[in-house]
Design a protein around this ligand. Structure first.
Ligand code: PGA
Length: 254
């Protein structure tokens, strides 16, 4: 269900994508042009290496291009890193921050993610903060406690709710084909919405709350039917053009 603004369908390509995958983009751009999307915003977050090309080809189209991460400083001696300013310079609109793969493999914590959100927003990027519990946290009934802490600590200080989206991604649902029950998604999204309302008051209504983790063309309709689900963050399902087009088409109804 969308509240005021459009649903967001975001494809996270992770470490996938080569030059030959430009055909995906051409196909998607044509599809979007013909669909005349009124209720849905479509975002693709390719790897850094394809951002410039994707961004150039999507200029003056409704398709948005995003990044999957950025550094926490504006510039400096950080070999191999990419700053938010550099992304903005390439025409990027969004950056995903705090994805559980970055939290897990690169030990990113809420404090670091908070710095990244701030620098990204300062550079003029919209930020998608990912949060979610692990399976053992869920089994211990700690889901809401963990999510509450992730939100509180990642959004500490001066954060602009107008440039913020939240993606609830249970870690155990990512790439596994398993998703929480509709009731569980409902409860977590309602909890997140409450938190955001208490932080930002009226401005919180601009923040979309995406669900992510094994979203596919068979389950997206039921997920989008849940209150306070205003978008989806899609990994595997965003890599195949036919599947991604089906996801976008189905999201238009909500
Ligand atoms: P998945 O990934 O759709 O492949 O489960 C989602 C994500 O990690 O954002």
């Amino acid at each position: 269900m969308k509240i005021g603004n459009k649903n967001l369908i975001a494809g996270n390509w992770k470490m996938n994508g080569l030059k030959k995958d430009l055909s995906f983009l051409h196909n998607l751009l044509l599809f979007i042009k013909n669909k005349k999307l009124k209720s849905t915003e479509v975002l693709i977050c390719p790897p850094f290496t394809l951002i410039d090309t994707f961004s150039n080809l999507s200029k003056n189209t409704p398709l948005k291009i995003g990044a999957q991460d950025c550094h926490f400083e504006e510039s400096g001696a950080y070999t191999g890193e990419i700053s938010a300013n550099m992304l903005k310079n390439l025409g990027v609109s969004y950056v995903i921050l705090g994805h559980s793969e970055r939290r897990g493999y690169y030990k990113e914590n809420n404090h670091l993610i908070n710095s990244k959100i701030k620098i990204a927003q300062k550079s003029g990027l919209k930020t998608i903060l990912c949060i979610g519990e692990t399976l053992s946290e869920r089994k211990k009934n700690s889901t809401l406690r963990v999510i509450g802490r992730q939100i509180k600590d990642s959004l500490k200080g001066n954060i602009d709710p107008m440039n913020l989206e939240i993606a609830y991604e249970p870690v155990w649902a990512i790439g596994t084909g398993r998703i929480p029950s509709a009731e569980d998604i409902f409860l977590v999204h309602a909890f997140i919405k409450d938190k955001l309302d208490s932080f930002y008051g009226k401005k919180a209504k601009n923040i979309r709350i995406l669900y992510g983790g094994s979203v596919n063309s068979k389950n997206i309709s039921s997920i989008f039917g849940i209150d306070n689900v205003t978008g989806a963050l899609i990994g595997g399902g965003s890599l195949k053009i036919s599947e991604f087009k089906s996801l976008v088409t189905q999201s238009i109804k909500y």
